[in-house]
Design a protein around this ligand. Structure first.
Ligand code: HEM
Length: 415
């Protein structure tokens, strides 16, 4: 287990014991305000975002400055560099790639069904990283030589060290830190593949390389790629693993969604537009993100004194917005602990809104992620059945994303 995995269980505990309330607590000897009220999250992340700086100094130290960690001008130039590519991604291409790699992944998952009663997260990670790299760089992941397991280990070690509010270090963190330089060197060397002058340059890669050459901006290609892979592939893979768990846990939902997926793929012209409009499938993805947000917290730091709905915030206060807390608020839904795929009304604090964050720092790849995930889901359901192999409650593994320790207890059986 990673050192900081306890944080996820703690966030679920807070959601139960202090439902709908913010909490002041201490993490690693540092005072933190945990935000569980959506109105305060909206204030911090959107309405008064200028007063709440991203609190990722340690993340920057480990992974290098990137669009994900920076603030102010350094963030703005990075956002301008990449966001237009995320906004205008080719939906048809994403749909085709996601269908292709989901078919491969489900075949691997069903082959391991007899040997293992757990989902192998590495298969899902390969699926999402393949779609991401090929979609935005026109390069096959396997050609890059990137070892996703090393990247994942680096993320785990780095997360232990970096998602902690600025404050005291401990021996445990210092020990973890010793592993980081070697992992970092390996990951940077592998990502250096994208500098090969022989490589065909997609427009995004072309712009990133050009920015890397402009000294004044201090943009480093490998740093941007590293967080791009973490933000763009690990999150969707984590969501799909939780989706498999929920399908197995709720067989009646699985059956209903399978009928819809089969009807879609048997239709004369299955298109991404039609798929995206099948409300129960979209709702299921949203409910997966609500119940198990892959990025369960975002960290901020108050620049000046401010007021929240329940209390004041002094300048210098560390803030953690808990998407787990907000999305399980009983004031907002009757039973926040169960998935509900029937209600198609837009809901406050739903997975497809809040789990991607809100305000200026909203996830850059949200639309891409939603389209690829609904495609993965529809392929998974038409090709396999998902059976629960243990009813133990989840034990969490935290590596910037929230995973399940040991993989989901789900057997994937070919149909
Ligand atoms: C299930 C999938 C995903 C989830 C739940 C998710 C969630 C998030 C969250 C919560 C943030 C904000 C973090 C903060 O405010 O501190 C974020 C930022 C970001 N995400 Fe995602 N993400 C997902 C997929 C993706 C994908 C596929 C991409 C790229 C194609 C991507 C690119 C980014 C970028 C670039 C940022 C930084 C935005 C900025 O600060 O300008 N994400 N994501």
């Amino acid at each position: 287990m990673s050192l900081s995995s306890g944080i996820c269980a703690q966030l679920y505990d807070f959601a139960r014991t202090h439902n709908g309330q913010n909490i002041s607590t201490t993490l690693n000897g540092v005072d933190v305000r945990i935000i569980q009220r959506h109105e305060d999250a909206d204030h911090i992340l959107r309405l008064n975002a200028a007063n709440y700086r991203k609190n990722m100094a340690w993340f920057r130290l480990v992974f290098g400055p990137s669009r994900f960690s920076e603030d102010g001008h350094a963030w703005q130039i990075r956002r301008e560099l990449t966001q237009s590519y995320f906004n205008k991604f080719d939906r048809e291409k994403t749909f085709q790639l996601a269908s292709h790699y989901a078919t491969q992944a489900i075949s691997s998952l069903t082959k391991t069904a007899t040997a293992s009663d757990r989902i192998d997260d590495a298969i899902l990670r390969t699926m999402t990283a393949s779609v991401l790299v090929e979609n935005f760089f026109d390069i096959k992941l396997e050609a890059t030589g990137i070892d996703l397991s090393i990247l994942a280990t680096f993320m785990e070690a780095g997360s232990d060290y970096s998602f902690v509010p600025h404050g005291k270090t401990t021996d445990l963190y210092r020990n973890r830190l010793q592993q980081l330089p070697d992992l970092r060197r390996t990951v940077l060397r592998q990502l250096g593949y994208f500098r090969d002058p022989e490589l065909p340059q997609s427009p995004l890669l072309h712009d990133l390389l050009a920015a890397d050459q402009r000294e004044a901006d201090r943009i480093v290609l490998e740093h941007e790629l590293m967080t791009f892979m973490a933000a763009g592939a690990e999150t969707s893979a984590a969501t799909m693993s939780w989706a498999c768990y929920l399908l197995a846990l709720y067989p009646e939902i699985q059956d209903r969604l399978r009928s819809l997926s089969q009807a879609f793929w048997q239709s004369s012209h299955p298109s991404w537009k039609t798929l995206a409009s099948i409300a129960p499938l979209a709702r299921f993805i949203s409910e997966t993100l609500r119940l198990f947000p892959p990025t369960p917290i975002v960290a901020r730091y108050a620049i000046e004194d401010d007021n929240l709905s329940d209390n004041s915030v002094p300048a210098g206060q560390n803030i953690m917005v808990s998407f787990i807390g907000i999305q399980h608020d009983k004031r907002l839904r009757d039973n926040p602990w169960q998935p509900d795929i029937t209600d198609s009304r837009a809901q406050i604090a739903s997975g497809d809104t809040t789990a991607f964050s809100i305000g200026p720092r909203v996830c850059g790849g949200k639309q891409f992620a939603l389209l690829e995930m609904i495609t993965f889901l529809s392929i998974f359901l038409t090709r396999a059945r998902f059976e629960l192999t243990s009813d133990e409650p989840p034990a969490y593994l935290w590596k910037s994303q929230m995973l399940r320790q040991g993989g989901q207890p789900v057997r994937v059986v070919e149909l």
